[in-house]
Design a protein around this ligand. Sequence first.
Ligand code: HBI
Ligand code: FE
Length: 295
Amino acid sequence: MSTNPNTDDFFATVATKSDSGALRGDYSQADANYVVAQNWEGYTPAQHALWRRLYERQARLIPGRACDVFIESLKALDVSQGIPRFDRTTDALYKATGWQLVAVPGLVPDQTFFEHLANRRFPVTVWLREEHEFDYIVEPDLFHDFFGHVPLLFNPVFANHLQEYGKGGLKALKLDGLAYLARLYWYTIEFGLIQSEAGLRIYGAGILSSGGEVEYCLSSDKPRRVPFQVERIMRTLYKIDTYQETYFVIRDFEQLFNDTAPDFTPFYERLKQQEPLPANALLAGETNLAANHLV
Ligand code: HBI
Ligand code: FE
């Protein structure tokens, strides 16, 4: 299978987490950092066509819903016509913010994932979902990783934040705080909303790569929309198989960067003494921000 020393542990962990008990990617060619060659030439015309359809659907949904920097960066990336070449994107990205894309077979161990981020490398899965998964997929695939995550890496404040998150992840592993930091990632990088003068906007990659949640998260009256607060987020459980029950809203990317700058050691100590909050909690004194009611 693989030559990585920690592979067996990793596969054992994944087996307990995923329905199929297995990872989909081919890990046999991965190096010690789980990096592989993208092998762009290997994608079939049908896979490029599927990418174009995924892209078209999402691109149609995001005007007035995604934050401006996402929309502008996506346009500049010019990847509407087929599966992008990671090396070409890296050329542009490295110039903009010093980040690189690395190709990975799929999910990688937490430690590896954080080491990449801490070194300004973003792991992008090489395989694309299949036709029958057009609307919904559990594991991150190429479309989620690239379309959802890469555009914001062109924003310097966000790019710096994600590197700090990677360093924080390595620290959290030592402090037994991973569960708390993973909640922060989930409710920001994956499912975060941001305030704008024109109303709420999306910056979370899990939403931006989803066919249904783009509209739901902004317009539905069902979920809560709560001002961003780090320790509150770290206490809050999340759902992985339904739309989110709560979204947390940042004022701007500076807030995300600044509020996550402190040493989380005391946070973790306090959190370990507390019960987690359910995904739909609304605390006393907390504002539930109104939906956008877009038309
Ligand atoms: N691997 N490829 C990949 N992508 C992820 O988002 C990812 C991962 N491994 C671990 C991981 N995420 C988690 O540690 C974080 O989401 C907290
Ligand atoms: Fe993701």
